[in-house]
Design a protein around this ligand. Structure first.
Ligand code: PEP
Ligand code: MN
Length: 347
């Protein structure tokens, strides 16, 4: 339910409407849309409350159309949200490229990859320290040691770091080291983890679950935002379909569909969708052409020996080549991908 106030509704009348809702235990969200003030009523009691409010002074109309994810919906906030991660802004005109290994394996490995991708124009560094692996016998990540390596490499290259958190009790630890917390596909509906990420201040990268609809992804984002953290970026990373020729099926149409329904930035992970490095640049180009605000991509200095996802990791040279192509596509879309730069070694 959305309560639309008269354009000339007085402050006193606005306050009475808000008080009326709050005194009856209703939850609300106030937003300004053009020159109109909208009060969104959230929750199961909204219908009963709205009918009484319709007769109050200052109220122009009650609209019954309201998505179940008010905080993240475009209806409540038409202007796009820009999410700042250190010096980087996701959701503005720059298409932000995030690159790095699937897993942090060692200091030398991370240093080789971070230095190279930074030089090629990556604006953020990725790397898993806590890995959600399908098999309990696969490499599970370096844990806190991996977080410390990421944070040291961030200081050296100037790239903010995004890394995954897999459990609510690890949120504070990961937030101490990382600039952005990733919630992975397997945890998209771990509701306690979503709320815990919403109760801290670092921005959140929320990946779509392998069998989640767009609506479920938006509801997962609503968990984070309604807990108090507005800095959420969504990521399409491929979903499971009957098709087996790729690891997952990149749902490219999810990009414009999400952009229509939410004000949150949307990025694409071509690596986990493709499953093989040769396909990755094709999907990354498509994503930018489709309006994605960024790409998160796996890169390794020696993919054949990688402890996870080597087959889908770009080589350092492959990443550089792809970056050239992405600049061309971004420019055709009236956007930019950062240029190559000299990376100063701090040591
Ligand atoms: C990852 O980014 O390394 C990862 C595990 O991604 P996803 O959660 O999308 O599978
Ligand atoms: Mn991976």
């Amino acid at each position: 339910m959305i309560i639309v106030l008269h354009r000339d509704c007085s402050l006193k009348d606005k306050a009475s409407v808000v008080r009326y809702i709050e005194q009856r235990g209703g939850r609300l969200l106030v937003s300004v849309v053009g020159d109109e003030t909208h009060i969104g009523l959230i929750g199961s009691e909204s219908q009963a409350l709205a009918s009484a409010i319709g007769a109050m002074p200052g109220v122009a109309e009650i609209r019954a159309v309201a998505p179940p994810y008010p905080h993240v919906s475009r209806e409540y906030q038409p202007q796009p949200t820009e999410v700042r991660v250190g010096p980087v802004v996701i959701g503005a005109s720059e298409v932000v490229i995030i690159a790095g290994p699937c897993s942090v394996e060692s200091g030398p490995q991370l240093e080789a990859i971070a230095g190279s991708v930074a030089g090629e124009g990556a604006r953020m560094l990725r790397g898993g320290a806590f890995k959600p692996r399908t098999s309990p016998y696969s490499f599970q990540g370096l844990g806190e040691e991996g977080l410390a390596l990421l944070s040291a490499m961030s200081a050296e290259t100037g790239l903010p770091v995004v890394t995954e958190v897999v459990a609510p009790e690890d949120v504070q630890l990961v937030a101490r080291y990382a600039d952005m917390l990733q919630i992975g596909a397997r945890n998209m509906q771990n509701f306690r983890l979503l709320s815990a990420a919403g109760e801290q201040e670092k921005p959140v990268l929320l990946k779509r679950g392998i069998a989640a609809t767009v609506e479920e992804l938006l509801l997962a984002a609503e968990y984070v935002v309604s807990a108090g953290n507005l800095r959420v970026v969504l990521c399409e990373r491929g979903i499971r379909t009957f098709e087996t020729s790729t690891r997952n099926t990149l749902d490219i149409s999810a990009v414009p569909v999400l952009k229509r329904r939410t004000h949150l930035p949307v990025i694409v992970d071509p690596s986990h969708a493709a499953g093989e490095r040769e396909l990755v640049p094709h999907l990354a180009r498509a994503a930018i052409a489709c309006g994605a605000d960024g790409i998160i991509v796996e890169v390794h200095n020696d993919p054949d020996t990688a402890l996870s996802d080597g087959r889908q990791s770009l080589t350092l040279a492959g990443f550089g080549e792809m970056m050239g192509q992405l600049r061309g596509i971004a420019s055709a879309m009236g956007r930019q991908v950062a240029g190559r730069r000299q990376v100063q070694a701090a040591r």
